[in-house]
Write a protein that binds this ligand. Structure first.
Ligand code: ADP
Length: 498
């Protein structure tokens, strides 16, 4: 019985979809992309065979097809990468005039723009995200990040007036699979702008855009060793974290791993920034423009299949408009197009991995078991690949796991409130504090709510909006440190006395 329900949860009701106004397929060509059969580790400006001799296969989650063989870096490999980064730091990068560093970053930004279609296809193939998003969000933002920090490289003394900012050395950076290239940009751009060198480890399921980025680094003629990319799973990440010659660790990923890293680094003197999970509240007041708010709810939770740490996964609706919002939301959900990430009409792509699909499935099952009411629009999914139908739960109590735990999938939990104070109390009733959304026509209410919400980012009458000039990061178990903006430089500079 339970198994059947789970099947329904994954696959959606198999109702017929009207075909009269069906979109014609509009697949992006993958011809523009060429993958090697196997990749080495990018260390000191060249691809090296892993000393570990270990490899694994990276796949396309929408087709369950192999794309390339990837190196699993071991301790000795990480050591080589850190040595290359140290040498490049001491002999080249930290010695360069800041305006020269800026030139390299501008170059990288421009190359990313020039090659954006190629990168967008790679991102969608390896990660499962719709090409519309990788083309219109991930790539433009990644390039913008390099442009932005290129601008800061020779103006650091203005970012920290009356202080003397200095680079700190070698940064070890570990990133997740939800925005592979964008997270790479968030990590590498400020580090390089401030004069540091980096060893970056992409997530094991999505290494390909980081490996393609090595080609951009070569094209930009960045001095060898300034950027090093080591691939592998959590074991490689752990080696990087515990390497004695790394000065700073920047990590984006799960709260669980973030806590483990913090434990490892305690007392080591290494700097650390953590950007971890979230369970954001998206709060809709009765005076909000409801049609726009519904778009914001959809974008908040179904963007990138909900694989977003700041996803608006808890929806708080003022009780008086509850029925209207839910019926508009369900109507809008019926128009979401789930399927081939490379199709330009697709709204919701593939789940990144089998492991993540199972995790989403079991949390959804817990919601059903605990008594929440599930709704999924009729939806026809491809036979192969990892898919999950956009899902909304109503009748949710705050104690349910689906209201407490990060699902990291296209699953929304709806709760209600009567007063602004109740909304604040419920919204803050979470161990996380990364982001929140407020929808109302009153500016004063927006400001009052923003002050009381314990979240690093509060969006007003919009959601999931990013800008390189705006700092991003969390409170509580969502981590510490900020990325983006002037604040994003701070973790990468030593100031007098620090
Ligand atoms: P997610 O739930 O998003 O997969 P993880 O925290 O497991 O989040 O993964 C984020 C990144 O952290 C990935 O690059 C992963 O390989 C890496 N990682 C996993 N375990 C560890 C660890 N013990 N130490 C360092 N990095 C790790």
């Amino acid at each position: 019985m339970i198994k059947d329900k789970r099947e329904v949860a994954r696959r959606g009701e198999a109702a017929a979809i009207p075909t009269a106004w069906e979109y014609a397929p509009a697949p992006e060509s993958r011809e523009i992309v060429h993958f090697e059969d196997r990749y080495g580790l990018y260390i000191g400006g060249q691809f090296l065979e892993p000393l570990s001799n270990e490899r694994y296969t990276t796949i396309d989650p929408a087709r369950e097809e192999p794309l390339a063989e990837i190196a699993q870096a071991g301790k000795a490999d990480v050591d080589r990468a850190v040595k290359a980064a140290r040498e490049a730091y001491a002999e080249r990068w930290s010695q360069l005039r800041p305006s020269e560093r800026a030139k390299y970053l501008f170059r990288i930004a421009r190359i990313l723009q020039e090659r954006s279609r190629e990168f967008a296809v790679v991102e969608s193939l390896n990660g499962g995200k719709p090409i519309r998003e990788s083309r219109d969000v991930d790539l433009p933002l990644a390039a913008a990040h390099f442009f932005y920090y290129a601008g800061w490289a020779d103006k650091l003394e203005y970012a920290f007036p009356n202080r003397t900012p200095r680079p700190i050395g070698v940064a070890g950076q570990i990133i997740p699979w939800n925005f592979p290239l964008l997270m790479l940009a968030w990590k590498i751009a400020p580090a390089l702008a401030a004069g540091n060198t980096v060893v970056l480890k992409p997530a094991e399921t999505t290494p390909l855009s980081a490996l393609l980025f090595c080609d951009v680094v070569r094209q930009a003629e960045l001095p060898p060793g300034v950027v090093n990319i080591v691939t592998g799973d959590g074991r490689t990440g752990a080696e990087l974290v515990s390497h004695p010659d790394v000065d700073k660790i920047a990590f984006t990923g799960s709260t669980e791993v973030g806590k483990a890293i913090q434990r490892t680094l305690a007392g080591s003197g290494k700097r650390l920034t953590l950007e971890l999970g979230g369970k954001a509240a998206n709060i809709i007041f009765d005076d909000a423009p409801l049609d726009q708010a519904v778009e914001g709810i959809i974008n908040g939770i179904y963007f990138n299949q909900g694989h977003v740490c700041c996803a608006g996964s808890r929806l708080f609706v003022e009780e008086s408009i509850y029925e209207t919002v839910i019926s508009k939301l369900k109507r809008r959900m019926k128009t979401l197009r789930v399927g081939d990430p490379l199709d330009k009409n697709t709204d919701v792509g593939a789940i990144n991995s089998k492991q993540q699909l199972d995790k989403i499935g079991s949390l959804v099952q817990s919601g059903i078991d605990e008594g929440a009411e599930i709704y999924q629009p009729p939806c026809k999914l491809p036979e192969r690949g990892y898919w999950f139908v956009p899902t909304v739960f109503t009748n949710v109590a705050q104690s349910y796991r689906i209201a407490q735990e990060e699902i990291f999938g296209p699953v929304l939990s709806v709760l209600t409130f009567r007063t602004p104070d109740e909304a604040i109390e419920k919204a803050n009733n979470t161990p996380y504090g990364l982001s929140a959304g407020v929808w109302t026509e009153k500016g004063s209410r927006i400001l009052a709510m923003a002050q009381k919400l314990r979240a690093g980012v509060v969006w007003a009458n919009t959601y999931n909006r990013f800008d390189p000039a705006s700092p991003f990061g969390g409170y509580k178990e969502s981590g510490f440190g900020r990325e983006g903006g002037r604040h994003g430089l701070e973790p990468y500079v030593a100031l007098d006395g620090s």
